[in-house]
Design a protein around this ligand. Structure first.
Ligand code: IPM
Ligand code: MG
Length: 407
C-alpha cells in the first residue's frame, strides 16, 4: 500500500525547496560586478580559525600573511580582523551553520582566511547541523572553488574549477525521508550557476594561455543536471574559439589522474560540486597530501581562502595540534595575495612553498614531534622568501626537475 500522506508531505517539502531555488535564480540574474580591489580605500581581511587544528594552522598562516602585507597594514590600507564564533561549540549553541553575528562580521570583510571547521555527520556526538563551509559558500555566493595542484617533476600543472554553490551540495542538508524506507536527496543545476563556473574555467585557460579545458561530469547517468552542465559548456566554449576542450566522465578521470601517460596533458578542469570535492583530494594526494593544497572560494563580491582538508580533531585530542601542517593554509594565503592583486607577493610565496616542501625540505612536517611545528615551518617559509636569490634558486630546482622528468 502506497503511503499517500507521505507523498503529500514530501511534495510540500519539495515545493518549499523549489521556491527557494527559483528565488535564488532571480538573485543570480542580478549578480553584482566583481569587486575591484585596487579601488578600495582599505581592504578588510577577516580571519577565522575554525575548529580542531584550524586555529593552529590559521595562526601560522596569518603570520606569513602579516609579513607579506606589513607595509599596507602599517599604512592603514589593509586591516586584519579576527572573527570569532565559527567554532563547532558556538554553532551548536545557536544551532546554526554560521551564527548570525559571525555572518554579519564576515560580510563586513572583503576577503576571508578561514581555518577548517568541523562538519558533523550522522552519528557524531554533535547535532547534525549544516557544514559551516558549505553555508559560507552559499551565503557569500562563493561560486568558484579554485584548487591548483602542481608537481613539476611529473609535469603536472592542474587547476580545478569546482562549482561551489550547487550540485549535490546545494540541498545536502535538505533531503527528505519520505517514509522510514525511502530517503531522497536532490541535485541542483541552474543555467546561471552553471554558466558562470564554466566561464571562469575557460577564462582562466585563455588568460594563462594554456588554452585547454577538461569538463568532467557523469552525464551518461546523471542525465538532467550533469546533462545541463555539459550542454552549457558546449555553448560557452563557442565564445572561446582559442580554447580546446573535451568532456570526461568522473570515474575515468580519477583513473587518468594516476596514469603517467595521460595526466600531464590535463590543465584546467571544470566540474560540478561533488566530483570536484572528491577529485581534488586525489589530486592533492598526488602533490604530497591534502596538507599541501590550498583552496580559493571566489565570488563576485567576496572571496574566502582555506585549506582543502578538515579539522583533524584527533590531532588535538592526542596533543599534537602544534605539529599540524600549515602549508595548505599558507598556500591559501598565496592564492589570496594573487586574488587581491598582490601578484609578485603571491609568486614569491609560491616559490618559497615549492622550495621548502618539494625541493630543499630542511624541515619536514610529520604531524607529530618527530617533525617541525607549524610555526617553525611558517618561519622556514618566511626565511626562504626573504632570500635575495629566491628566484634563481627556485628556477634552478624547476629546471632540474624538468630535466629529471624527461629522463
Ligand atoms: C572541501 C571539504 C568540504 C567539502 C567539507 C569540509 C564540507 O571536503 O572543502 O573539499 O565537502 O566541500
Ligand atoms: Mg573535500
Amino acid at each position: 500500500m502506497v503511503d499517500e500522506k507521505a507523498i503529500q508531505a514530501a511534495q510540500e517539502k519539495f515545493a518549499v525547496l523549489l521556491r527557494k531555488q527559483l528565488e535564488r535564480v532571480e538573485v543570480l540574474k542580478n549578480e553584482p560586478d566583481w569587486t575591484d580591489y585596487s579601488k578600495l580605500d582599505k581592504l578588510i581581511i577577516g580571519v577565522c580559525g575554525g575548529d580542531g587544528i584550524g586555529p593552529y594552522i590559521c595562526a601560522s598562516a596569518q603570520k606569513v600573511m602579516e609579513v607579506l602585507l606589513a607595509d599596507k597594514i602599517k599604512a592603514g590600507k589593509v586591516e586584519i580582523r579576527q572573527i570569532d564564533g565559527l567554532t563547532i561549540e558556538r554553532r551548536v549553541e545557536v544551532m546554526k551553520a554560521i551564527p548570525d553575528d559571525t555572518l554579519a562580521a564576515l560580510k563586513e570583510c572583503h576577503v576571508i582566511l578561514k581555518g577548517p571547521t568541523t562538519t558533523p555527520k550522522k552519528g557524531d556526538p554533535w547535532p547534525n547541523i549544516e557544514s559551516a563551509n558549505v553555508a559560507m559558500r552559499k551565503e557569500l555566493d562563493l561560486f568558484a572553488n579554485v584548487r591548483p595542484v602542481s608537481v613539476p617533476e611529473l609535469g603536472i600543472n592542474w587547476v580545478f574549477y569546482r562549482e561551489n554553490t550547487e550540485g549535490s551540495y546545494a540541498l545536502g542538508s535538505d533531503g527528505v525521508n519520505v517514509t522510514d524506507d525511502l530517503a531522497m536527496d536532490f541535485c541542483v543545476a541552474t543555467t546561471q550557476g552553471t554558466e558562470r563556473i564554466i566561464r571562469a574555467g575557460f577564462e582562466h585557460a585563455k588568460k594563462t594561455g594554456v588554452n585547454y579545458v577538461s569538463l568532467v561530469t557523469k552525464a551518461n547517468i546523471i542525465k538532467t543536471t550533469d546533462g545541463k552542465f555539459l550542454s552549457i559548456a558546449e555553448k560557452v566554449a563557442k565564445d572561446y574559439p582559442e580554447v580546446q576542450w573535451d568532456d570526461w566522465f568522473i570515474d575515468i578521470t580519477t583513473a587518468k589522474l594516476i596514469d603517467p601517460a595521460r595526466r600531464s596533458n590535463f590543465k584546467v578542469f571544470v566540474l560540478p560540486n561533488l566530483y570536484g570535492d572528491i577529485i581534488t583530494d586525489e589530486a592533492a594526494q598526488i602533490q604530497g597530501g591534502v596538507g599541501t593544497a590550498g583552496s580559493a572560494n571566489i565570488g563576485k563580491r567576496y572571496a574566502m581562502f582555506e585549506a582543502i582538508h578538515g579539522s583533524a580533531p584527533r590531532m588535538v585530542t592526542e596533543g599534537r595540534a602544534q605539529y599540524a601542517d600549515p602549508c595548505s593554509m599558507i598556500k591559501a594565503v598565496a592564492m589570496m595575495m594573487e586574488h587581491i592583486g598582490e601578484v609578485e607577493k603571491a609568486k614569491k610565496l609560491n616559490m618559497a612553498l615549492d622550495i621548502t616542501t618539494q625541493f630543499e625540505k630542511k624541515l619536514v612536517m610529520t604531524g607529530r614531534d618527530t617533525g617541525a611545528t607549524g610555526d617553525e615551518f611558517a618561519q622556514y617559509v618566511l626565511d626562504t622568501m626573504a632570500r635575495p636569490d629566491i628566484e634563481k634558486v627556485w628556477q634552478g630546482y624547476i629546471d632540474e626537475s624538468i630535466a629529471k622528468a624527461k629522463n
